[in-house]
Design a protein around this ligand. Structure first.
Ligand SMILES: *Cc1c(COP(=O)(O)O)cnc(C)c1O
Length: 420
């Protein structure tokens, strides 16, 4: 459930009419709903009530805006970060370092050192050498780095190949059949406090079965590690729960997921860590855009909107579907293609879709754009970097400025030898 709805024929975010935001900030612009973030955070937490000792670390990469992080910090969420930049955002939002998990297959030595300096709560190791380097860095500081070993359970998550992470040929985690031997070796290091294991098999998972299969493998691994004499106090079950993008999509609910987790982990006797991203942020944001032209096409007209693939990359990257609705629908319908201004055919949001009839100057929204939206934006085609607005009840604030092409141009230099 989200807090974007029509009132008197006008799409609102909570109590704010979207035309008011377009008027004040211009378009394209991402609009987020605080109440929706809070609701999703609470629903996910409640869903895991039956799963024992649970820690929640919001996967910042889904939506790293610092105001959004502040809302989720208020809801008691820690952070899952994948770079020093994300760690800085989490700390800036007031998330305690001890509630930060550092994931990622390519943490640099410098980033590991920065994270040790910050005192983060958990390093998710991706390879043995990373564990050795981290141990040495921590040992030199007279510390023990809290860590878990990320395992690749070799399951097919059944999602888009580009966001599938748990097959053995993917770059993530260590092969599950090597995990015990590696755990044995890494646990010898004084600089490491190796507490358990982690998995994350992919994103936008529409079916719980692959997750349940992966969790079963992890359960067996925990038993093997204990049999080998290791103390296992923590298992990180990652993120990945999908959200509905199409009006008729049916996905497992957080409650279904929580029940599965409780079942799968009943006899583990560990602290569980979760790293939800999309399920918290996806439906908490929309991309508000204005129709520039309705261009006649051979089969269907092209609705050319002022948002493009540089603002919302998911369609071009993953063939994703984003529902498009008019902000003030007339009741008429049209069959149209929806595209942005970027000079690539890939900059097309929909082909031959039945949508609200729109004309130039009308406002529309792409729904479910709160996750992997603004954070993937670029300035391709020398377009502005898209701004972000956070709504809370009847108030709203710009929480990320539009960065204009002249600002980007100002950071570029013509070398001496090319000057005239
Ligand atoms: C991306 C990612 C997540 C979050 O995935 P969602 O599908 O957004 O829930 C969690 N953990 C790790 C390690 C990730 O890379």
């Amino acid at each position: 459930m989200d807090h974007f709805a029509y009132r008197d024929g006008v799409m609102h975010a909570e109590d704010v009419a979207l035309p008011a935001i377009a008027e004040a900030v211009g378009t394209p612009v991402y609009v987020y709903s605080t109440a929706t973030f809070r609701r999703h955070a609470q629903v996910f937490r409640d869903a895991l009530k039956g799963a024992g000792r649970v820690h929640l670390a919001y996967a910042i990469k889904a939506n790293p805006n610092v105001a959004v992080l502040r809302v989720l910090a208020d809801e008691g969420y820690g952070a899952d970060v994948v770079s020093a930049g994300e760690m800085q955002r989490a700390l800036a939002a007031g998330i305690p370092a001890s509630d930060i998990v550092f994931s990622g297959v390519g943490k640099t030595r410098r980033e590991l050192a920065q994270a040790l300096d910050a005192g983060i709560g958990q390093f998710n190791l991706e390879l043995e050498e990373e564990g050795e380097v981290l141990a040495a860095l921590a040992h030199a500081r007279g510390e023990r780095a809290p860590a878990v070993l990320r395992v690749n359970p070799d399951v097919d998550a059944g999602t888009h190949a580009k966001i599938s992470t748990g097959r053995k040929e993917n770059k993530f985690g260590v092969a599950i059949d090597q995990a015990v031997a590696m755990f044995d070796r890494l646990s010898q290091h004084d600089g490491l406090d190796l507490r358990g294991v982690a998995i994350h098999i992919g994103s936008q998972l529409a079916d719980l079965a692959p997750l349940e299969a992966a969790y079963a493998r992890i359960g067996e691994l925990v038993a093997e590690l204990r049999a080998a004499g290791h103390t296992i106090s923590r298992v990180d079950l990652g993120g990945g729960l999908g959200v509905p993008y199409k009006p008729d999509d049916v996905l497992p609910s957080p409650a279904d997921y929580g029940a599965m987790v409780a079942r799968a982990t009943a006899d583990w006797d560990v602290e569980l860590m979760f790293e939800p991203g999309r399920v918290i942020a996806g439906n908490a944001g929309v991309l508000l855009t204005e129709v520039i032209w309705v261009k006649p096409g051979v089969l269907n007209p092209y609705v050319i909107v002022d948002a493009a693939m540089n603002d919302l990359a998911r369609v071009a990257m993953y063939d994703a579907y984003h529902d498009f609705v008019a902000v003030e629908p007339s009741g008429e319908r049209m069959t149209a293609n929806i595209a942005g201004p970027v000079c690539e055919t890939g900059d097309t949001f929909a082909m031959g879709r039945d949508i609200d009839a729109v004309k130039s100057g009308d406002l529309g929204i792409f729904r479910t754009a709160g996750a992997y939206g603004a954070t993937m934006a670029s300035t391709y085609n020398s377009r502005a970097l898209v701004p972000e607005v956070l709504v809370d009840g009847d108030r709203f604030a710009v929480v990320a400025d539009r960065i204009h092409p002249e600002t980007i141009l100002a950071a570029e230099r013509v070398p001496e030898w090319l000057k005239r």
